[in-house]
Design a protein. Structure first.
Ligand code: MRU
Length: 379
């Protein structure tokens, strides 16, 4: 096991480039994204001058992760409003860009509702656009605040579940500052544990097929200076079997009313492994990810993505010129069919706790989730 405990590479320091920002150059307002398809090779910003550009960035995962999708959706509506485009048309396209993360529709709806309310109150287009932008900025700020509160609640929960404080935490996909107005969801809890001197190691699942773990979580972990080790998704089983995982921390794209959690494909097998090995399986997500209108896991629409993401090895920042159709290196015979759901659904009975900014739900029940949502509406 010596290799597992190798030191991380030298700390590069945190990235200076925010995952998303509103910018107003003389040519007109834009939404600027850190293009996540180019990480970790290079930090390149992608400038969106209209909602269709943002829709494309969402589809191609230049901007991704549930909370950030919400913020992007809200800024997208504001962009359409400020630039004088049809706001409802933009909102429809943005909300439909990806189906699973409910935050996207929530963000779009908030900015659209602010726009409509301003018009209904007798404001002109400029006032309505300003209201939409204000709603987007508010969501952005609230997400940053939620992130630090989740980190606090999550760390307290880890202390409770794992007294002794030398945690080896396994995580899946990417849930840090790249998906949030703040430091993220599950990763923010790992970061808080690291800062408190309680994180012994972060196990980072590579997260096939688009490698959000290898490309993005490892990038964030390296910059934070924490000890981390990358593994293939399939290696998680033997890691549990050898007793090297103390807890699993993951994010969520949508939490149904019954507590079922949709998250990056590969999360459900981790929950099964965690249960078999008596390891806590903890979901960290803001209240905006809870969707009481979706009754259960079976009702969550799981995004199905193109087969070439599986039949080709495509490091997105290194496209192979002339290769078709995904631009990557083919690894399967031409014409091979692929099953490529972007997410899977974990039932509530496999989840130890859901950590939100409003507190921790454990055990995970429909009643406890509804109560938490009520509480958050009153705040
Ligand atoms: O397809 P992605 O990269 O958008 O999927 C992201 C995830 O599944 C994250 O785990 C989830 O959005 C939670 S992030 C806080």
């Amino acid at each position: 096991m010596a290799d597992h405990y190798a030191q991380p590479r030298e700390n590069d320091g945190p990235t200076e480039t925010p995952a998303i920002r509103w910018h107003e150059p003389p040519e007109g307002p834009v939404v600027v994204l850190l293009d996540q398809t180019r990480l970790p090779a290079e930090e390149v910003e992608l400038v969106c001058t209209d909602a269709p550009a943002l829709v494309e960035a969402i589809r191609t995962l230049a901007v991704r992760g549930a909370p950030l999708l919400g913020i992007a959706g809200a800024y997208g509506v504001a962009l359409a409003a400020v630039r004088g485009f049809d706001v409802d048309e933009a909102a429809l396209a943005l909300a439909g860009a990806r189906p699973t993360a409910v935050n996207l529709a929530v963000g779009v709806r908030r900015a659209q509702a602010a726009h409509r309310a301003a018009l209904a109150a007798g404001g002109d287009e400029a006032a309505a656009a300003a209201a939409a932008l204000h709603a987007a900025r508010t969501l952005h700020r609230q997400d940053a605040e939620a992130s630090s509160r989740m980190a606090g609640h999550g760390l307290a929960l880890l202390d409770e579940l794992l007294p002794g404080g030398s945690h080896r935490v396994l995580t899946h996909c990417n849930t840090g500052a790249l998906v949030s107005g703040g430091e993220g969801t599950a990763f923010a809890v790992a970061l808080a544990a690291h800062r408190a001197g309680k994180l012994r190691r972060l196990w980072v699942d590579e997260t096939r097929p688009l490698l959000q773990g290898a490309r993005l979580t490892a990038y964030e972990a390296a910059r934070s200076g924490m000890a981390y080790t990358l593994l293939t998704d399939n290696a998680a089983g033997s890691l549990f079997a050898s007793g090297e995982v103390d807890a699993v921390l993951i994010g969520a794209d949508r939490i149904a009313a019954d507590g079922s959690v949709a998250n990056k494909v590969g999360s459900y097998p981790l929950a099964v492994l965690a249960r078999y090995h008596h390891v806590p399986f903890v979901v960290v997500a803001p209240v905006t990810t809870i969707d009481l209108d979706t009754p259960d896991g079976a009702s969550i629409e799981v995004e199905q993505r193109a087969g070439h993401e599986v039949t080709e090895i495509a490091a997105p920042q290194v496209p192979v010129a002339g290769a078709e159709p995904g631009g990557g290196i083919p690894v399967a015979p031409l014409g091979t069919q692929a099953y490529n759901p972007a997410f899977d659904v974990t039932p509530p009975e496999l989840i130890t706790a859901i950590v939100t900014e409003e507190g921790v739900v454990s055990p995970v029940t429909a009643e406890a989730l509804a109560e938490l949502c009520d509480l958050s509406r009153q705040v």
